[in-house]
Structure formats: structure tokens, C-alpha cells
Design a protein around this ligand. Structure first.
Ligand code: PLP
Ligand code: SF4
Length: 369
């Protein structure tokens, strides 16, 4: 069985990096975790230095440079961590992070300072405290398992955690965020789907996918096993320069997702994680891409474009906006071809005034009787 590549020398042997980069890549690997599964290695075109899959997972010497605007905790998780393993930013939902390991380590990861193999998982006492925190707060409707990657847990451990959460009567949804269906689809076996298949709360799975090529046949099979087990699938995509910041690439991706019964949920503007400048793009560029997409694909294929504010202030939908108010009660709306329309239409407003005038004269006439 081929194994997951973790050391720069292994990447060089697999022809994923040039041997002359090894000294720099050793430094990168000393700072940020590296892992490329056989499934992902099989998707990377070695002859294309700009390969969109390779760019996401193959370490790069550019990661050694940190820019002034980059933050170790770019979305402010630490500002809202009341007990170990919990991030509670919005009243009705919490993140529960049972472990720090992932099947692969994405080079643009917003938690790259925290994730990695050997990063501690919650032990039994810590899990008890996290579950108690949720159980004591009836306002919490949804628990989001993230990490790390919750599908890296052994099915037995996952079953224990989900069954513990299922005992909390106020929970309506348990959502898991995972890269496993893409990076290591064979993990989605019967034991795992069985562990996920709760009657209530509803279990939803958000799959992290950034390029249509990631929906390989084994990944599509894994998605089928999940949907057959009654798990609805959502798609989470990070907008990345050099990977998917292109209208045709995004269109292919969102259509491929919908075909696989994955509803595109969020398109994330890239976070300012350290050493990730090569992936970032301007907000205006992202909005222009979304505008193109909006005209080309159905609503089913369209995620919300969101940005996570630094400092723990949460996610903000960042448009683009298709409407602006131009006067009291009057709007300009932009259609999918980019044409602007007054709303309500002038003719409607004119007939509205005529109706009002008629009703005034009727009232006046009635007053004379
Ligand atoms: C993203 C996030 C959530 C989930 O937000 P949704 O908009 O419901 O997907 C919850 N808590 C934290 C801390 C988050 O960062
Ligand atoms: S799978 Fe998610 S948490 Fe893990 S490295 Fe990739 S982006 Fe980060």
C-alpha cells in the first residue's frame, strides 16, 4: 500500500518537488505540517508546475516569508474559547475540535499554527467538560465538529462523541467539516458511515473541495456511501489564487459538486494565515468572479461568498450586492447580464399613483353624500 508522504525527501522521491528545494522545504516542514495522501498524490500532474491540486498541498519555500498583515490566529478562534476544544462565537452554535490531525495539510490553512500530527486530541476528561459546556446551554442548537478533521477519528471514537452529543435534547444538528472524502476516501467505510448515521440530531457533512479534479471516482464513491446513509452533503470552498480564482474553474467545480449531491455552501475569501500570500487575492476580484458565476449557473450551484473577520468577529457575506437604494423606496437592481433596472418599475409607480388618486377622489365623492 502506498503511504502518506510527510517528509520533503519523500516528496522529492515522488517527483513532487525539485531536489534543490530540499533545504528550504525542511525549514517549511519544521514550521508547518506536511502530508500528501496517495489519493492526492495521484491527482497531481508532475509535469505542470502550476498544477491546481499540487499548489494546495505541496509545500513551497514562499511559506517561510510572513507578511505584516498575516496573523497566527487569523479568524480569532482564541478570543472565543471558553473551554478546551470549544469555540463559541455565535449564540446558537459552537465548534467542537476533538483533534488536530488532518489527512492532508493544506498550504493555505487558516489554522496552520494549530493543526498537525501528534497535536493533542481531547482526552476523556476534556471531552466531558466540552460536552457539559454544550449540555448546560439550551441556546446551542448546532455543534460543528472541526479540528483538525473529525473524520480522522477512529469510527469507534467518533461514535462515542456523536452518541454523547445525541443525548443533549436541545441539539438539532451536528455538522462535521472534513477533507477526508477528497483526501482519503477509503476511510469512509461502513464502520464510519454507521457511526455518522444518527436518527437525531440530524448529521450534516460539509466537504472541503477546491477544484473539480478533487472529485475523483473514489471520492464520488465515498460521497455516494454518505448520501445513502442519509447524510446531506454541503460543499466548502476556499477561493485561492492559482487554484480556482477563475470563472470557468469555479463553474466546473460547483456543477461537479451538485452532480455529486453536494450543495455548495460557502466560498471563503482566503484568510491571512502566515506564509500564504501567494494564495490571496483582492476582495473586488472575488466579487467580480461571483458576479460572473451568478450569470452562468443555477442557484443550486451558488455558494455564499464569505469572509471571516480577524479578531473573532465572525463571518460576513461579502456580496457582491445586486441592489442599491437610489431614493426613498426606489432601488436599482442589476440582472445577470449586468443591466440595471429601476425597482419598483416606473410604470408600476405611475399606476400606483393613479390608483391612489382614484381612491382619493372616491373618498372625496363619498364625503359629499
Ligand atoms: C464558521 C463558524 C461557525 C459556523 O458558521 P455558519 O455560518 O453557521 O456555517 C460557527 N462557529 C465559528 C466559531 C465559526 O468560525
Ligand atoms: S483540512 Fe482544513 S484544518 Fe486541515 S489543513 Fe486543510 S484547511 Fe487546515
Amino acid at each position: 500500500m502506498p503511504k502518506t508522504l510527510r517528509k520533503p525527501a519523500e516528496l522529492a522521491a515522488a517527483r513532487l518537488v525539485a531536489p534543490e528545494l530540499l533545504p528550504d522545504l525542511e525549514k517549511v516542514a519544521g514550521r508547518y505540517a506536511v502530508a500528501i495522501t496517495p489519493t492526492i498524490a495521484g491527482l497531481i500532474d508532475r509535469d505542470d508546475p502550476a498544477d491546481p491540486v499540487g499548489r494546495q498541498f505541496v509545500p513551497d519555500p514562499a511559506e517561510l516569508a510572513t507578511t505584516a498583515d498575516e496573523l497566527a490566529d487569523p479568524i480569532g478562534d482564541f478570543a472565543h474559547a471558553p473551554v478546551k476544544g470549544i469555540v463559541h462565537r455565535y449564540p446558537d452554535r459552537v465548534l467542537l475540535k476533538p483533534l488536530h490531525a488532518c489527512p492532508v495539510y493544506c498550504r493555505y490553512c487558516f489554522r496552520r499554527e494549530q493543526v498537525g500530527p501528534g497535536g493533542e486530541a481531547l482526552d476523556d476528561a476534556e471531552l466531558d467538560a466540552a460536552v457539559a459546556y454544550i449540555a448546560e446551554r439550551p441556546e446551542i442548537f448546532e455543534v460543528i465538529l472541526t479540528g483538525g478533521d473529525p473524520l480522522m477519528l477512529a469510527p469507534r471514537r467518533l461514535r462515542v462523541i456523536l452518541r454523547r452529543l445525541a443525548e443533549i435534547p436541545h441539539l438539532g444538528v451536528i455538522r462535521l467539516h472534513s477533507r477526508v472524502p477528497v483526501a482519503d476516501p477509503a476511510r469512509i467505510d461502513e464502520a464510519l458511515t454507521e457511526a455518522l448515521a444518527l436518527e437525531q440530531p440530524a448529521v450534516w457533512l460539509a466537504v472541503h473541495i477546491n477544484h473539480a479534479r478533487e472529485l475523483s471516482p473514489p471520492t464520488l464513491d465515498a460521497c455516494r456511501r454518505l448520501t445513502r446513509a442519509g447524510i446531506p452533503l454541503l460543499g466548502q470552498t476556499v477561493l485561492l489564487n492559482g487554484v480556482n480564482a477563475d470563472p470557468a474553474v469555479l463553474e466546473d467545480l460547483f456543477r461537479a459538486m451538485v452532480r455529486a449531491r453536494i450543495k455548495p455552501y460557502y466560498l471563503h475569501h482566503p484568510d491571512s494565515a502566515p506564509g500564504t500570500a501567494r494564495f490571496r487575492l483582492d476582495l473586488a476580484e472575488g466579487q467580480a468572479l461571483m458576479r460572473r458565476i451568478q450569470g452562468r449557473v443555477s442557484g443550486l450551484c451558488q455558494p455564499a461568498y464569505v469572509l471571516d473577520l480577524p479578531g473573532g468577529h465572525g463571518k460576513v457575506p461579502v456580496g457582491p450586492a445586486y441592489h442599491r437604494q437610489v431614493a426613498d423606496g426606489t432601488w436599482q437592481l442589476r440582472d445577470s447580464r449586468g443591466q440595471e433596472h429601476a425597482w419598483p418599475p416606473l410604470s408600476a409607480r405611475a399606476s400606483d399613483r393613479a390608483v391612489a388618486a382614484r381612491s382619493r377622489s372616491r373618498t372625496a365623492a363619498a364625503g359629499r353624500d
